[in-house]
Design a protein around this ligand. Sequence first.
Ligand code: M6R
Length: 612
Amino acid sequence: MCGIVGYIGPREAYPIIITGLKRQEYRGYDSTGVALINNEGLQVYKKKGKVSELENALLGKPLSAHIGIGHTRWATHGEPSDVNAHPHESNSGKLAIIHNGIIENYALIKQDLQKKGYTFKSETDTEVLVNFIEDIQKNTQCPLEEAVRMAMKRVAGAYVILLLDVDHPDTIIAARKGSPLVIGIGKGEHFLGSDATPMLEYTKEVVYVNDYEIAIIKADELVLKNLGNEKQTPYIISLDMELAAIEKGGFDHFMLKEINEQPSTIYDCLRGRLDAKAGTITMKGIEDNIHALTSAKRIIIIACGTSWHAGLEAEYIIEELCRIPVEVEYASEFRYRNPVINKDDVIIAISQSGETADTIVAIEKAKEHGAFIFGIVNVVGSSISRISNAGAYTHAGPEIGVASTKAFTAQLAVLMMIALKIGKEKGTLELKRYMELLNELENIPEKVQSILRNADALKPIASKYKNAINALYLGRGYNFPIALEGALKLKEISYIHAEGYPAAEMKHGPIALVDNQLPVIFVATHDEYHSKIVSNIQEIKARKGKVIAIITEGDAIIPSMADDVFFVPPANELVAPLLSVVPLQLLSYYIGVDKGCDVDKPRNLAKSVTVE
Ligand code: M6R
């Protein structure tokens, strides 16, 4: 939610910032801006629209500078517009700020500032913050760093800010509470980003700034301090990420690239962990905490969006294999209600980005009750990976497309391994079945590959249904969470209203929607409920609904009933969701592309939801 980029050093700052913003555009893309300091003073340029629109508008401007900051916005306070775009300047024109997050008490601060004569051009909380900092500096005659520290003690909310001061053109001040900030360490230069993507070609050495830290960044010096003005030692880590991982690599869209990467991302997730021949799963985070996990009285899974769907799938699998009761909670609800959390509950938090604000706060709440937190996260070094007691990375690599695809299948693979390991250790899963499932899981990458080879078969189905107004996704058992995920993908990418439902629940209401226009997508791979879902298909056909079915190769019944079918390879019903979701991802993608939608940056969305 908003991407921030910064640079200070001997290179030209502007090209680094613009390229960095394009890579951070997945975080927000309704307006863009940059601030630079050069011989002509503080230069601020901003514009509604995508980064490329700003770039075109700036051709021929005096952009040479060795210090600068840039921002790509996802609107919270005030509509997307040139004036609400960041950076915002203070009333004196000396300070420029960019900001990711929300200042919750900005209205009160704004009133106070207005009484003192401050004026505001935008509707944003960010412009209030920069003037609040300026006002503190004016009143106390303190250095900017000190004014930021005082402001941080008084503002409520989650944020990361970068500040330029025209009187100190050799310094960027940054502060973090709750939103991510990465500093790349170069030779005599520093790079800043909401994630590490803007700095990948320059350095692999990075520092993740912690909450309540202020960074004073010069070309050749990085000082980190806490709110008590005590110096903190920067913890430098080496990134294991290549530039190619964040480029489209010949695909039209990141989403398509990421769907196609799944055979290798699932393989990478299993690699070094699962050995079907030896009958072992090696996961340090699980092994180190095996007692807490096997003796858990209950597992509570917290997550949002697609990650929540992975959690729901895990509920079915963990209860089946481990006989531990599982509850799956939307982090955004969990954080605000008064949940019962006991000391022997284990919380599993799932997040691709590791920065989702609702999930972070829900974890903090559970921690306050003494719960043990196991994080399943994709982005290495992200906030959730750091606040969890233990965890497992999904190793899917950077996911840039706003619609989550490869992260989801990697989450399912990790959750499956966790369930297998706990079930075996607890003795709730017999050896024969354990060995069988290990084999099944190991064969998944190859089976996903065979689905992808047949992806073109989905294109005519996509064009047939692309003008639908509504769609219904139905599945039973292990395929029910996949129906939810399929519906979410279609909504996000094509703006077609879609609902996921348990197939049997359909007759309790949604069946009223069925007419000869409604596409009903059945996730009907072979499982113990197969005859039941066949009956559900008949119920839809009897009402003239259009049936599109994802079914297992060799299914002799459903093809004669459905309007369209897509086959996936046979697999055990516990691992089949890793297959059945892939055609649903592709179907949404093709429909979105056919409709001319911006599938990588769907309207109103952002990849990383760092506001509540
Ligand atoms: O980064 P997270 O997994 O915590 O994100 C959670 C949701 O915001 C995310 O899954 C969202 O629903 C995606 N756009 C789904 O495609």
